[in-house]
Unconditional design. Structure first.
Length: 102
């Protein structure tokens, strides 16, 4: 599986980054809502095809990073997003709050 392979490469680095950043609970909630909102938007645009939506999300974040002249690793972006998907922060299971009422 691709995630397992990426985890062996990026898993420890993600832990170090999370520990180093010291993101507090409020920041974590803001990140969660942002990822949920943007991923649901991309999923809707991809007509509920999660593979297409994930690839578009990776491209979106890669473009955002490159605008600022940052070097990025596309596989690392994908690993991060899949890792957040497992936590239901990307393509959340509960979509009712993101439906027509928004």
């Amino acid at each position: 599986m691709e995630y397992t392979t990426l985890f062996t490469i990026y898993g420890e680095a993600l832990d170090v980054v999370n520990d180093t950043l010291g993101i507090d609970e409020a920041q974590d909630i803001i990140i969660m809502f942002y990822l949920q909102d943007i991923s649901v938007q991309f999923l809707d645009e991809a007509e509920d095809d999660p593979v297409v939506a994930l690839n578009r999300l990776v491209a979106y974040f890669a473009e955002k990073l490159s605008i600022n002249g940052k070097k990025y690793d596309r596989a690392a972006i994908k690993f991060y997003l899949v890792n957040e998907m497992i936590k239901c922060r990307v393509f959340p299971n509960e979509r009712s709050e993101y439906g027509d009422s928004k």
